[in-house]
Design a protein around this ligand. Sequence first.
Ligand SMILES: NC(=O)c1ccc[n+]([C@@H]2O[C@H](COP(=O)([O-])OP(=O)(O)OC[C@H]3O[C@@H](n4cnc5c(N)ncnc54)[C@H](OP(=O)(O)O)[C@@H]3O)[C@@H](O)[C@H]2O)c1
Length: 344
Amino acid sequence: MQTRRLGRSSLELPVVTFGAWAIGGGPYWNGTDDEQALAALAAAFDAGMHAVDTAPIYGMGHSETIVGRALAAQRRANGSTSDIKVCTKIGLRWDCDDGELFFESQSADGKPLAVYRNSRPESVRLECERSLQRLGVDHIHLLQVHWPDPTTPVSDTMGALAELHAEGKIGAIGVSNYDPELLEEAQVALGDLPLASTQPKYSLVAREIEADVLPWVIEHEVGVLAYSPLEQGLLTGKVRGDRSFADTEGRARRPSFQDRNRQAVNALLDEVVAPIAAELGASLAQTVIAWTVARPGISSALVGARTPEQARENAAAGELQIPPEAWSRIDTAFAALRLESEPV
Ligand SMILES: NC(=O)c1ccc[n+]([C@@H]2O[C@H](COP(=O)([O-])OP(=O)(O)OC[C@H]3O[C@@H](n4cnc5c(N)ncnc54)[C@H](OP(=O)(O)O)[C@@H]3O)[C@@H](O)[C@H]2O)c1
């Protein structure tokens, strides 16, 4: 699969990276099937999707543990996993109450717990050590700050990450959900060390970063890992009016999944994307992924998958070339779409 270098760092990622949030399970995704998750990761690696994005908070350590098991299986089968890039994060803690309260959640056994934004230097180091252990590796290719922590100066967090980089524990430094002002602060704090990437939400129906983050990263040569590029499945055409989600599942409460929004998105998929997908011999999901990674400034699309079939389909999207005229047709049609965002 085609790879792209993240900004001025030396790290290269494939244009489609495996997003490992959903395979961590937890209440948002209504649990998960570990064997299915391992099979999905194996299928992704075999299909050339040689990068995975995870985080400690995904399933409270479970996603990283599953990724660690998948890497161990690859190591047993192939002798090495040095070609698979491992990206994880720091900055969301559920086991201590330092920092700023972010949201209330629950543990795997249903106990309530609170998640705090905490990017304090001592926490950065502790989280990195725990991630190395869960992942079963001695090096993380990209360590990202998951969400801004207003209680910790950005320069303190970057200082801790730079130390981990100097020690060889991490290969590159990234952030996520940062606005241009924070991106600037992070880059200044790192000095000569490049800020490799930022990780914002980006898809055909979530295009806010086109106004500020994308122009900033292009000017400053910082990579972009686009998250939720399929709007959690809505942009695959497989979330029609008849698909239901458990009340407890996060997607049941997601504004884009409300009936009128489903109808509007599926109408555009059918009218504009389907004929292009048919010409390319691709699925709707593949065409949407190809649109995403062809947007200037985007380095890699982080695509979640819970089955081997989805993983293979998404990996093949990394080989798909979308002609400029077709890209523009999709771009223009969705730019005019206004989703209703009132809560359920
Ligand atoms: N930094 C952050 O704050 C942040 C936030 C969100 C996500 N992320 C990252 O971005 C990654 C991806 O985001 P995401 O999981 O929210 O959304 P996504 O990639 O847009 O959607 C993933 C979901 O889409 C469905 N899907 C995937 N491939 C499919 C296919 N080929 N055909 C049909 N359905 C398909 C699956 O739904 P079903 O499960 O229903 O099959 C899957 O769980 C995450 O795993 C994580 O690494 C980061």
